[in-house]
Design a protein around this ligand. Structure first.
Ligand code: C2E
Ligand code: MG
Ligand code: MG
Length: 563
């Protein structure tokens, strides 16, 4: 038996060692004088028992117990505390901290010491077994056996905790109740065993729609719940719900049979309408009932305002999906000019969505197009349309126009865009040097390895890059330095409203100075008045865009005016 003896008193150490040797226990004794020394030995070697003096210099014995019992090392060490004091409270405190026995030094005899050592090792082993069993029972009590998900009990407790947490940081929490639409039919048709396998697979499918930090529980039967916490907007909840609905539309392959069950989802928000865990649960349940009533295979918000927003959004998404086929997109062009001579240098292509004569602006749909990835096919259409138009406009021109094309962060997630641009140039006989690809700081900020590759490939192929909306985002010099940008476009919101607006003027001056030092070209956007033109001239800005010259216009209008 390996024993660690921690005692600063040499006389006591000798006495204890002698007593131990006299007993017929086969012991190996290692000695330490302080808690730190003892802990060092404890981490280096394996011991069965530590005989620990309470009164030690610097740190007392209880501190050592606490450290041992909280160490990550799985400790099977039993602890016997020794003290000169007969204080009952001290004895109890030692036991509570994790010692198995307590001896008063003056009473130590060969028999007592031996018994304390043997009893405390046995007791400690029992305690460990009990703890293991407790852990197992706890898991059993909180887990659904079939799916391995947390069960109803765990869910209830977690919901209460999550609400308290969210109350503290005032963020939004969403509760999603999910119900399989035809699970009963699956059970009746294929039997319960197949039903069980279906449930397990459905759980895996739903899990793939989650990030992993959400609470996802099985409440019973075919009913599940998800708690989404710390949401920035309630739309995040509808996105998750949409993802689950879309994923569950694909039939699952159960023993070579394709079986499908769509889902109905009810969503309630906290603190919007619900104040307690009971209330939010009731609201999500009502919302789920509505989702079923309105035809299943859909999500429904309890909050009416959210439901209206949600439907609008779904409608927009659906319309957007068919807009390319219906040829509803159109490019408008805004001239980019030299402020002194008013010579047109080129154009920026700006998308419009024309639904039977009603023209929608990009701010109404670009974000949704990005979130649904629709921006990828739309973006390709923009590229082809803009390049073919430029080719037509440049026929016979000595000084060809440039064309600026807006590209969003989502479009940088795949290298295909570069091939597509290059193919379009070849097809229409346009030089890459005439194309300015406009990126925003968010696109640069995402900075994934693919986006870096796309940016490098664009440069290698001779495109120029400009940074759009400069001055509205982070405007970090590191972005300007680390990326091969040739132009920055000062955002329209920075144009001073009147000439006495010294703050904004100073801001523009500062940004211009910063860009100039870095050797970048500058385009000023939102040039709406003659004062703006004068300001740009004074700051030696060589290119400008704005309503003072022209609004964005369809190609035929541009052709009438400038060609
Ligand atoms: P942006 O690239 O910064 O485009 C400039 C915006 O400022 C345009 O808005 C333009 O109409 C507007 N503008 C131009 N001159 C003036 C002016 O003097 N005063 C004011 N107040 N505004 C002026 P628009 O066309 O609504 O486009 C908004 C944004 O939508 C664009 O900002 C761009 O980020 C995005 N966008 C437009 N077309 C596309 C596209 O094809 N693809 C992508 N990914 N984004 C696009
Ligand atoms: Mg732009
Ligand atoms: Mg801009």
């Amino acid at each position: 038996m390996d024993i660690l003896l921690v005692d600063d008193d040499i006389v006591d150490r000798v006495a204890i060692t002698r007593t131990l040797k006299k007993s017929n226990l086969n012991v190996n004794i290692t000695e330490a004088i302080t808690v730190d020394e003892g802990l060092k030995l404890y981490h280096q070697q394996r011991f069965d028992v530590v005989l620990l003096d309470y009164n030690l210099p610097l740190r007392d014995g209880i501190e050592m117990i606490v450290e041992i019992r909280n160490a990550p090392k799985d400790s099977s060490i039993a602890i016997v505390m020794m003290s000169t004091s007969e204080d009952e409270d001290l004895a109890l405190e030692c036991i509570r901290s994790g010692a198995q026995d307590f001896l008063i030094k003056s009473e130590i005899s060969e028999k007592k010491l031996k018994r304390a050592i043997l009893h405390s090792t046995t007791r400690h082993n029992l305690e460990k077994k009990l703890f293991e069993t407790y852990k197992k029972v706890k898991i059993l009590a909180e887990t659904d056996c079939l799916t391995g998900l947390p069960n109803r009990y765990f869910f209830d407790e977690s919901l209460k905790l999550a609400l308290t947490d969210n109350e503290r940081d005032k963020s939004t929490l969403a509760l999603l109740l999910i119900d399989l639409d035809n699970f009963k039919l699956i059970n009746d048709t294929f039997g319960h065993d197949t039903g069980d396998v279906f449930l397990k697979q459905a759980v895996l499918t739903i899990k793939e729609c989650l990030r992993g930090n959400e609470i996802f529980a099985r409440l019973g039967g075919d009913e599940f719940a998800i708690i989404l916490t710390k949401l920035e907007s309630s739309e995040q909840a509808s996105l998750v719900a949409q993802r689950i609905i879309a994923a569950m539309k694909t039939p699952l392959n159960i023993a070579s049979t394709l079986i499908q069950s769509t889902v109905s989802i009810g969503i309630a928000l906290y603190p919007d309408n619900s104040k307690t865990s009971k209330e939010i649960f009731k609201h999500a349940d009502i919302a789920m009932y509505r989702a079923k009533k309105w035809g299943r295979n859909q999500a429904c918000f309890f909050e009416e305002r959210m439901q209206v927003k949600f439907h609008k959004r779904l409608h927009l998404e659906a319309e957007l999906r068919s807009a390319l086929d219906k040829k509803q997109f159109q490019l408008y062009y805004q001239p980019v000019l030299e402020p002194g001579s008013d010579t047109v240098k080129g154009f920026e292509a700006l998308i419009r969505w024309n639904i039977n004569g009603t023209v929608r602006q990009p701010d109404d749909f670009i974000r949704v197009a990005e979130e649904t990835q629709q921006i990828i096919p739309i973006g390709l259409w923009v590229i082809e349309e803009a390049i073919s138009t430029l080719a037509r406009w440049n026929i016979g021109r000595v000084n060809p126009f440039t064309m600026s094309i807006n590209v969003s962060a989502v479009q940088l997630r795949n290298l295909d865009i570069v091939d597509y641009l290059v193919d379009c140039l070849e097809k229409h006989g346009v030089s890459a040097t005439l194309i300015e690809v406009e990126l925003t700081e968010t696109a640069l900020f995402k900075n994934t390895s693919t986006s870096r590759q796309v940016i490098s490939a664009l440069i290698e192929n001779g495109f120029s890059l400009s940074l759009d909306d400069f001055g509205t985002g982070f405007s970090s010099i590191s972005h300007l330095r680390n990326y091969p940008i040739s132009t920055v476009k000062i955002d329209k919101s920075l144009m001073p409203e009147f000439l006495e607006d010294t703050k904004n003027i100073a801001l523009v001056e500062g940004l211009v100075a910063m860009a100039t030092i870095l050797g970048l070209d500058i385009i000023a956007e939102g040039v709406e008045s003659q004062d703006h033109v004068e300001l740009c001239k004074r700051l030696m800005i060589k290119r400008v865009q704005g309503y003072v010259y022209s609004q964005p216009q369809p190609s035929d209008e541009i052709e009438k005016k400038y060609l």
